[in-house]
Design a protein around this ligand. Structure first.
Ligand code: ADP
Length: 543
């Protein structure tokens, strides 16, 4: 019998095939845990039954006001319930959620609203000055809804005619939302930071969001009794898909408007938080929090970090404080986490320092990603797994974006050769773990040799007086480029000079990798905790 005959009559039908969508997680958790706390915000606790009915009201009110399948709804807000609810209500209509970075300036906001063709904007009162200006630049009518959060800073300026809670009051709590027609339907639009030109609009589909959320729930060990603290911005890759992952297990979301170590430690204690995600910079804030802001942990708290390379010294310090660190790597284009440094039992016998070095590698594919490889950017020939040969990290699977909105050329370039090209350069170790050495645009080329800025930073973070460090290329007449270090010392650090730092590096690095110049002071960062190396490069050029 030929295979086609074997399978004849075994077709998809509505019983055996339903489009994958994370909206299903909310419907199920509301059914299974109706009285359990789904969301906390300040003193407020929202049970799963209410969480679902608020989302249904939200979707129904948007529909009544003309939002249809395929329309874009933008939101500018910190980690508040309205933004979490938007991750269900908007895609449940078949519409597209465009969560915007609230640190963008007016011009940046206007660009995204225009490029994404937003039909509605839901905006937190705290950002009214920049958003008001953006609306003037945009110069067209838009439905504007204000989130009037009692926990927002004063004055709570309104820009529209309706508040978010008034909108919900218009809606039907048992609205039968249509959901996606197909799991490939667009559901989120997320703009990259645009450090190398205009931001690109990354488009997610329901299938990818569903899979990546489940992959994260599995990899990070979320369970129904998990309590997840929202330190990572929800606008960043849909909160690395934890907006859906936490709901998938019926856990509790704890909202947090501001990343402040004292507030984080307080929330950990008051709400018995079990899990949180944060960029390495935020972990460093916790490590160096002043004594009055700190609280001792009475149990192990799971923290996942990524978005930038966590120096092993930071992992080590977090583990000393009682956190268990999971290292994730990914991009906006991969729905956040695409790889993780999966724990191996054999590492338990290692010293903390050795273990932290193993864990600072970016690792292996998430359970829901098909393939990872380190290969030549053009030929796609994989590098030797020797921990030394460099190549570009490439990804393949169901948790990669659909593409960039209205940018066919960038989409084709990103997916050339049937792989997603991350633009990150790294090595492949014999145990199958990948390790990133640099972003291709951050690598320093000195006298024809490549210097990994991450390797020099790793060395600087191990200096006893250094709190933060970043290394960039500085143009040099003789060498082409030389490494230039920007360093922030710890709060009460002993007097440390540029010569001390250079001497430390000479002791621990090959001499051609040692920074020729050292600049002390605070480092410029994005709201997602990335050091803005392009600003440092400009500064280095002007030295
Ligand atoms: P943007 O490109 O706007 O900065 P993304 O979140 O998409 O925002 O950034 C993805 C990039 O962040 C990756 O290409 C990589 O360079 C860096 N990155 C993310 N996670 C890690 C990690 N664990 N280790 C090293 N670099 C990381």
């Amino acid at each position: 019998m030929v295979p086609s005959e074997l399978c004849s009559g075994l077709d998809r039908n509505t019983a055996n095939y339903v489009p994958l969508s994370p909206i299903q997680f909310l419907e199920r958790s509301a059914l299974v845990y109706p009285d359990k706390v789904a969301v906390r915000h300040g003193e407020r606790a929202i049970a799963y039954r209410e969480f679902e009915s608020r989302c249904r009201r939200f979707a129904s009110a948007l529909a009544q006001r003309g939002i249809c399948r395929g329309d874009t709804v933008a939101v500018i807000a910190p980690n508040v319930p309205a933004l979490l609810e938007a991750h269900y209500a908007v895609p449940a209509l078949g519409a597209v959620l465009n969560a915007l970075n609230h640190r963008l300036d007016a011009r940046g906001i206007a660009f995204c609203l225009e490029h994404g063709q937003a039909k509605a904007l839901i905006t937190d009162s705290e950002f009214a000055p920049a958003v008001g200006e953006a609306l003037r630049i945009l110069g067209r009518e838009l439905m504007v809804i204000d989130i009037d959060d009692p926990l927002a800073a004063e004055p709570r300026t309104r820009l529209g005619k309706l508040t978010y809670e008034e909108l919900l009051a218009e809606g039907d709590p048992s609205f039968a939302w249509p959901g996606p027609r197909d799991e490939w339907d667009s559901m989120c639009l997320l703009y990259t930071s645009g450090t190398t030109g205009d931001p690109k609009g990354v488009v997610y589909h329901h299938r990818g969001a569903y899979l990546n959320a489940l992959g994260n729930a599995l990899a990070f060990g979320l369970r129904p009794d998990s309590v997840y603290l929202w330190t990572l911005p929800m606008f960043h890759c849909s909160g690395w898909t934890y907006t859906w992952a936490v709901t998938a297990v019926g856990g509790t979301h704890v909202c947090l408007r501001r990343v402040d170590p004292a507030l984080i430690f307080q929330a950990l204690r008051d709400h018995h938080v079990t899990h949180l995600c944060a960029a390495p910079i935020v972990l460093n804030l916790l490590v160096h929090a002043p004594p009055h802001a700190r609280q001792a942990l009475d149990r192990v708290v799971e923290v996942a970090t990524g978005g930038a390379a966590p120096p092993s010294a930071v992992i080590e310090a977090m583990e000393r404080m009682g956190f268990r660190v999971t290292h994730l790597y990914g991009l906006t284009e991969s729905y956040g986490p695409a790889t993780l440094c999966a724990w191996q039992e054999a590492w338990s016998g290692m010293s903390l320092t050795e273990r932290a070095r193993m864990m600072s590698r970016q690792g292996v594919p998430m359970p829901t990603l098909a393939r990872v490889m380190v290969a030549d950017s053009e030929t796609h020939v994989p590098v030797v797994r020797d921990g030394v040969s460099m190549g570009e990290l490439m990804l393949r699977g169901n948790t990669l974006m659909k593409g960039y909105l209205r940018n066919e050329r960038a989409t084709a370039a990103a997916f050339r050769g049937g792989w997603y090209h991350t633009g990150d350069l790294g090595v492949w170790h014999a145990d199958g773990y990948v390790e990133i050495k640099d972003r291709s645009k951050d690598v320093i080329i000195s006298g024809g040799e490549n210097i990994s800025s991450l390797e020099v930073e790793e060395c600087l973070y191990r200096h006893p007086q250094v709190m933060e460090a970043a290394v960039v290329a500085r143009p040099d007449a003789q060498w082409g480029e030389t490494p230039c270090a920007f360093v922030t010392l710890k709060p009460h650090a002993a007097a440390t000079t540029a010569d001390d730092i250079i001497a430390w590096c000479r002791e621990h690095l090959a001499h051609f990798k040692v920074p020729r110049s050292v600049v002390f002071g605070p480092l410029p960062k994005t709201s997602t905790g990335k050091i803005q190396k392009f600003l440092l490069r400009e500064q280095a050029r002007a030295l």
